[in-house]
Write a protein that binds this ligand. Structure first.
Ligand code: ADP
Length: 162
């Protein structure tokens, strides 16, 4: 069974990777889609985010998860790839309302594709890309939250020593 894991990944964190590793145990084939979301002004371009996801996957030894960039309607991407499920991660309750709305909308658009949620490990349940950017912007240590390649890319973006 194939699944799609979409997100902004601006940038990818160990929380995203935790969900990805759990989903990989359940689905035979997983694809990551870096989504261009017009509602958000990302720090990294879509291509930079894709490259960071690819490098992070290499850092944790995963070599069978393709990464694509997608800018259209997510459900169309899912249909084109022929997946049975869209994977999303759940942290604390704050994710629920938005995820519930998205999942039901996507089900209305295509009732054959299920949205499947994975709970992240407790230690990542308050971790977000936004928090990582805030901490790093002011020179804080984010090594517990993101892979080395992401730490380096953030340092470069904020003009900090690597
Ligand atoms: P989006 O803009 O689509 O919400 P994100 O990159 O913020 O993109 O998140 C992608 C998915 O990963 C979402 O389902 C989100 O809830 C999940 N996610 C983000 N951070 C974590 C984390 N620390 N633990 C588990 N899931 C997470």
């Amino acid at each position: 069974m194939k699944a799609l894991y979409p997100g902004s990944f601006d940038p990818i964190t160990y929380g995203h990777l935790d969900v990805l590793q759990r989903a990989r145990k359940v689905f035979d084939q997983l694809t990551v889609a870096v989504v261009e979301n017009p509602r958000k002004a990302p720090l990294f371009s879509a291509q930079e985010r894709r490259r960071l996801v690819e490098e992070s996957l290499r850092e944790v030894g995963i070599d069978d998860v393709p990464v694509i960039v997608y800018s259209g309607l997510l459900i169309e991407c899912a249909k084109q790839l022929g997946v049975v499920a869209i994977v999303r991660g759940l942290r604390a309750t704050s994710d629920f309302d938005y995820e519930f709305q998205m999942a039901l909308t996507n089900r209305d658009l295509d009732s054959d594709i299920e949205t499947v949620f994975f709970m992240t490990a407790g230690r990542y349940s308050f971790l977000s890309s936004s928090i990582v950017k805030e901490v790093k912007r002011y020179g804080g240590d984010v090594s517990k939250f993101v892979p080395r390649c992401v730490e380096r890319a953030l340092a470069e973006k904020f003009g900090l020593p690597r």
